[in-house]
Ligand binder design. Sequence first.
Ligand code: G6Q
Length: 543
Amino acid sequence: MKNINPTSTEAWKELEKHFKKIRNEHMRDMFSDDENRAEKFSILWEDFYVDYSKNRITEDTRSLLLQLAEECQLEEAINDYFSGEAINRTENRPVLHTALRAAKDAEIKVRGENVLPEVEEVKTKIKDFSFEVISGARKGYTGKAFTDVVNIGIGGSDLGPVMVTESLKFYKNHLNMHFISNVDGDHVHETIKDLNPETTLFLIVSKTFTTMETLSNATTVREWFLRSVPEKEVSKHFVAVSTNLEKVESFGIDRNNIFPMWDWVGGRFSLWSAVGLSISLAIGYDNFAALLDGARKMDEHFKNTSFKENLPVQLALLSIWYNNFFKAESEAVIPYSQYLNRFPSYLQQAIMESNGKSVDRNGERVDYETGTIIWGEPGTNSQHAFFQLIHQGTKLIPADFIGFKRSLFGDKDHQDKLMANFFAQTEALLNGKNEDEVEEELKSKGFRREEVDRLKAFKVFEGNKPTTTILIEKLTPESMGKLIALYEHKIFVQGIIWNIFSYDQWGVELGKQLASKILAEFGEKEVSDHDSSTGTLLKYYLK
Ligand code: G6Q
C-alpha cells in the first residue's frame, strides 16, 4: 500500500480542469443528449441493479476517476487488504473482517498462520449455541427456556447487531431481542424492568472488555440478576464476546461461555464475527450464514471485477467527485424500507469513524477534504421531513436511494405506492421544475397573473441534484450482507484514494479517556482546573 497524495496525480489535475468545464451542466441536458445514458452508467450484478446515471458526470468524468483509482494504486491496495497485510498501520494490524465470511477452504494468514480454522471453530460454536437457545434445549437456572436476549455493548459492539436484527426482523424467531448500549442508567433500567431473570440471556459484547459503558451496564445487570438468583447460576445466563479472555473471566464469566474474536477485526466491521451472536440468535444460524454468504459474494465482486463495473469502486469515486470537486459536505442515504431504519446510523459510524481523518498516511495534515458527513432516514417518511432542503436548499447533497423490487408481506398496493415515490423523487431531483413549467402549472390551476408572478420564484426547483439508485430484488439475509459489504468496500476505496488510515479511531479512544477525570471530581465533590465554561457547568451540576 503506497502513500500517494491524490492531488499530485495526473488524474486529479485533469479532474480539476474537467470540473470547471462541466460544473454547470444540467443532467437534464445530459439525458436528452444521450438516449443510452442510463445503460452506460448502470451496473447489474446478481440481484442488485445500480443506476448511477443521475449523477453530474460524463464518460470523461468516469474515465478520469478510474484513472485516479489506478494512479493511487487501488488494485495493489485491494490485494493487501484481502491478503492480511497490516494495512491498519497505526495499530499495526491487518483488517480482515473479510476473513470472517471467506470460503471455508480459503487460506488467509495473519502473522504466518492461517486464521480460517479458528474462524470456523467460532462459527460452529455460534451455530450450536444459537440452535440450543432457539430450540429451548439450553435453559435458564430454573429449567425454563429462554424468551429474551439482551446484548450489552456499544459502538461497533452494538450498532451492527442492532441494525441487522432490525433490518431482518421479518426473519426473526420467537426470542425477544434487547440492546443496552448507553451508559445512561435509564437505558439499562428501562430495558430490564420487565425482564424475568429466569428466562433472560445476557450477551456482554466488548472487543477490549475495558469499555466503561459496557462494563457499567454489565455490572448493573449482574447485580440485578444476583438480587434474585444465586451466584452459581451466573454461568447459565451470561456469555461474553471478546478478545480479552482474562478480563472476561475476572468479571465472573465462565471460560466456556466466551466467544472469542480477534484484534484484526475492527469494532465497526465486527458484526460478521461472534459480535453478531445476537443476530444469529434472532434469525437463526442459517440466516446468519446467508448474511455472511452475501458479504462474501460482494467481496469477490469487489476483488475480481474491473473498476468500471465494480460497485464499491464506482460508489466511492462518485463520492470523491462530489466531496473533493463540488465540495459537497454530506451525503444522504435513503432506504425505502422501514426495516432499514437503522441503516443510516450504522453507516454514520462505519463511514465517519473510518474516514473522518485529517492526517495522511505520511503523518502530514491533508490539504483536501476527506470523510463525508452521512445522514438519512427511510423514505417515504423523510420526504415529509428534510427532503425540502435537498430539493430547494442551497447545499448539494448527493443521495443514495435504496429500494427493493418486492416487499416481504407482498402487499402490492403499498409496495406500488412506496416505489412510485422512490422513482418519482429521483426523477424530480434530476429534472427539477423550471419557471415556464411553474407558470404553466399555476395558470392551469386558475391563478391570476399577479399571483403567478408573486409565487413562481418559490416554486421553481433547479433539479440537477445527484442521486444513485440501488434497486435490489428483495430484502433477504443474503442481499443485506451484500449491501453492508458494498458500503464497507466503498469506505476502503475512499480511504486509499484520500491517502488516510481508515481503520484506526483515535477520536473514539480519546472519548474513552476524557470522562474519567471529571468522574473522579464528582466523587470528591470538588471541581478542579477547567476552562471557565466547564468549571461553572460542573459547579452548577454538583450544587
Ligand atoms: C469501532 C470503535 C468503537 C468500539 C466501541 C466498543 O470501530 O472502535 O465503536 O466498537 O468503542 O468497543 P469494545 O467492543 O472494545 O467495547
